[in-house]
Write a protein that binds this ligand. Structure first.
Ligand code: ATP
Length: 238
């Protein structure tokens, strides 16, 4: 089966700081992968390069067999992305934002959007409030709804739950488990919340020293070692 993501020898530096130093990473369809690494390890940079949103210095990424820097509309329509922080479109209201994106995508699951809007607190005034005036967690919820709305085949989430309260996190994980994983969507998400990751991710990948140093099925990585995921994190990233 064709890989959803294929990254070959990817390098990226900011000024003299080498952040990614030869990342090789292949992700097969239907995988749900948690991307782990210390603060500043380069997770956001890697996810941006992976999606073609940031140009690499050398090496490259391809998505569904197409170079990430030159994706056609059809491939683009199969990708959902939740950035760590997004400050674009802040002058719109949530309803206006979703209407705007609806017009851009050939496929749009309005029933899913309506359900999530209602369950995730956008059923009253909040839906018509300027996004700039929403809380950090409300903005993050909206960003997740936008990324799920077109039923993407590849979902990339950069610390999607960082601003969410415990109920918001539980709701998000439930949505991920029931709505996304069951449809065989490939999911890559970075997080520092290991307990959440253990609930949904079957695979983990560790970014350390500018490379993916360890990747595999979570249960296999922990099997027989008498280690928790936190222990493994310390061991791999120290
Ligand atoms: N636009 C930029 N200009 C200069 N340096 C940058 C830029 N973006 C990121 N960096 C640097 O690259 C390194 C990796 O940053 P990145 O945000 O990718 O890490 P991260 O693993 O996502 O961190 P965190 O877990 O804290 O979110 C950091 O040292 C950061 O300062």
């Amino acid at each position: 089966m064709k890989s959803v993501v294929e990254i070959n020898n990817l390098h990226k530096a900011f000024d003299k700081q080498q952040v990614l130093q030869g990342v090789n990473w292949t992700i097969e369809p239907g995988k749900v992968i948690g991307l782990l690494g210390r603060n500043g390890a380069g997770k956001s940079t890697l996810l941006e390069c992976l999606l073609g949103l940031r140009e690499a210095d050398s090496g490259g990424s391809s998505l569904f067999g197409h170079p990430a820097g030159a994706l056609n509309d059809e491939v683009r329509a199969n990708i959902g992305y939740v950035p760590q922080k997004s400050e674009v479109f802040e002058w719109l209201t949530p309803l206006q934002l979703l209407d705007y994106f609806k017009a851009l995508y050939p496929r749009w699951n309005q029933a899913k959007v309506d359900g999530l809007m209602q369950r995730w607190g956008f059923d009253g005034d909040t839906a018509n409030k300027q996004i700039a005036k929403l809380s950090g967690g409300q903005k993050q919820r909206l960003s997740i709804i936008r990324a799920l709305a077109h039923d993407p085949k590849l979902l990339v989430l950069d610390e999607p739950v960082a601003s969410l309260d415990p109920i918001g996190r539980r709701d998000f994980l439930q949505e991920l488990i029931s709505g996304v994983i069951e449809r065989d969507t490939t999911v890559i998400f970075s997080t520092h919340i290991l307990s959440d990751l253990e609930r949904v991710a079957l695979d983990v990948a560790f970014l350390q020293g500018g490379k993916i140093v360890l990747q595999g099925a979570l249960d296999e990585l922990l099997e027989g070692k008498n280690l928790s995921l936190e222990d493994l994190f310390f061991e791999v990233t120290k």
